[in-house]
Design a protein around this ligand. Structure first.
Ligand SMILES: Cc1ncc(C[n+]2csc(CCOP(=O)(O)OP(=O)(O)O)c2C)c(N)n1
Ligand SMILES: [Mg+2]
Length: 435
């Protein structure tokens, strides 16, 4: 993962077998060192697609076309250097839970039970689950909206996530925020996602700095999309982490779309991992649909972080297999591209890999899938039947958890004293009690 500098003539000098071993220069004349430098980006992929997406004007509108080869054979899963059978099956189960939970969320939305929208990580389950799996419990994670699988791995249940989407009283934010905007800084060491793209990076760099100041050798992980990585704060946060050699692992999720903008219209570098060179840190490319590659690169980056050697940028290439959120039908995505990535499904291929290695039998696989379905059904049942928050609780706990302190609204909400008021009466929905 180290960058190579072929212009390192003094190092060459030390390693020269013709040197007298006491530091004296060899009399052998050598070519003038080149002023060009080369750098290495490690690429774990077994397939390197070359197609691009371009915009075509059609009358007043635009559509997108794929240019290049889409008919290549589907690559196998790359054998992990670190994962054993038990760990691989654990990741596979998280991925299944991630996908099936999102299918339940979609149904809940269609039944009108969700408050707000729903975001999906379809096609990105290996990236979310295998990366988060590389962290130790005492380490920290800052997920983005598509990383609901990472939340599961960190110890949130599907029930928590369903209740959050339905704004239930028992949800992680007790009905105060929607979708995946929640974290847990007490037990699970999860920083809540920040919608402003890139802002999680300096926050997680700060977590890594805090750990350093406390003498703790930990890894801290966060994510950014192919669109979000264009923001200034991404540069600022990662550059700070690089200069300070903080234990940050940044997964750049290149899922080919930033909302409806194709990645090919978002940046000119061939691979986003190349950005690492400008920060002076290692850059690695993985197939984001291959859990083994994602895990191996994440594990190596976490180990580097734990050693105090600084951050790593991992570019995970895959495709967002649904729209930006549930309201987006994504009909701007060329059908041929969808079909290409459907064949590279992270879960189907990981299952085939586990079966082929005989780490999982067909029967065990069936039982595992049935177990996930059962868990989700119990969680769905519980979440649907759990109560909404009491209206009078709305003004409390907005900024700090109850364990912290009670926040009293600075400007206050008028006391409701008389029934003549147009405001809700105490004890009715929407009423607020001030003591
Ligand atoms: C700084 C900033 N600019 C714009 C937005 C609006 N926005 C939210 S998601 C999104 C697209 C993000 O694309 P990408 O980073 O590729 O992530 P993906 O949705 O593909 O996972 C945009 C433009 C935002 N939240 N923050
Ligand atoms: Mg994207």
């Amino acid at each position: 993962m180290a960058k190579k500098n072929k212009d390192n003539s003094s190092r060459k000098q030390r390693m020269d077998p013709k040197s007298n071993g006491r530091g004296a220069r060899s009399p052998v004349r050598r070519a003038q060192p080149s002023s060009e430098r080369t750098y290495t980006i490690v690429d774990y992929r077994l397939e390197k697609p070359t197609f691009t997406v371009r915009q075509v004007r059609v009358g007043e509108g635009v559509r997108y076309e794929v240019e290049g080869e889409l008919s290549g054979p589907v690559p196998p899963i790359r054998q992990s250097r670190y994962l054993d059978a038990k760990q691989s099956i654990a990741i596979y189960r998280w991925m299944l839970l991630n996908r099936k939970m999102e299918a339940v969320l979609e149904n809940l939305y269609k039944q009108g039970k969700v408050v707000g929208g729903v975001y999906f990580g379809l096609g990105q389950e290996a990236c979310s689950c295998a990366s988060a799996y590389a962290l130790k419990p005492k380490e920290w994670l800052g997920p983005m909206i598509r990383n609901q699988g990472s939340l599961l791995v960190r110890g949130f249940s599907a029930r928590d996530i369903m209740m959050q989407y339905m704004a239930k009283a028992g949800s992680p934010t007790r009905g105060r925020d929607a979708s995946s905007h929640f974290g847990d800084i007490q037990q699970r060491n999860v920083v809540a996602p920040i919608s402003t793209l890139g802002d999680l990076i300096p926050v997680l760099a700060g977590v890594a700095l805090g750990a350093r100041l406390q003498g703790r050798k930990i890894a801290v992980m966060t994510y950014i999309g192919d669109g979000g990585q264009s923001t200034g704060v991404t540069y600022e946060g990662l550059n700070f982490a690089a200069v300070q050699r903080l234990g940050l692992v940044l997964l750049v999720e290149n899922n080919l779309w930033g909302y409806s903008t194709p990645a090919d219209m978002q940046f000119l570098v061939k691979d986003l991992a190349e950005r690492a060179i400008a920060y002076g840190i290692p850059g690695v490319i993985v197939d984001g649909t291959d859990a083994c590659q994602v895990y191996d690169a994440s594990h190596e980056a976490c180990e580097r972080a734990r050693r105090g050697d600084g951050p790593t940028l991992i570019e995970a290439k895959m495709m967002r297999m649904k729209g930006h959120a549930i309201h987006d039908a994504a009909d701007y995505v060329p059908r041929s591209l969808v079909e290409y990535w459907q064949k590279r499904d992270p879960i189907a291929r990981f299952a085939a890999y586990l079966l082929e290695k005989q780490w999982l039998t067909a029967r065990q696989n069936q039982d595992l899938i049935a177990g996930v379905d059962q868990e989700l059904e119990a969680d769905r049942e519980f979440a649907v039947n759990s109560p909404m928050p009491q209206p009078e609780s709305a003004a409390g706990g907005l900024y700090c958890s109850d364990a912290c302190h009670t926040i009293r609204p600075k400007y206050g909400i008028p006391k409701v004293t008389t029934a003549k008021s147009s405001r809700p009466l105490p004890g009715t929905p929407g009423a607020v009690h001030l003591k």
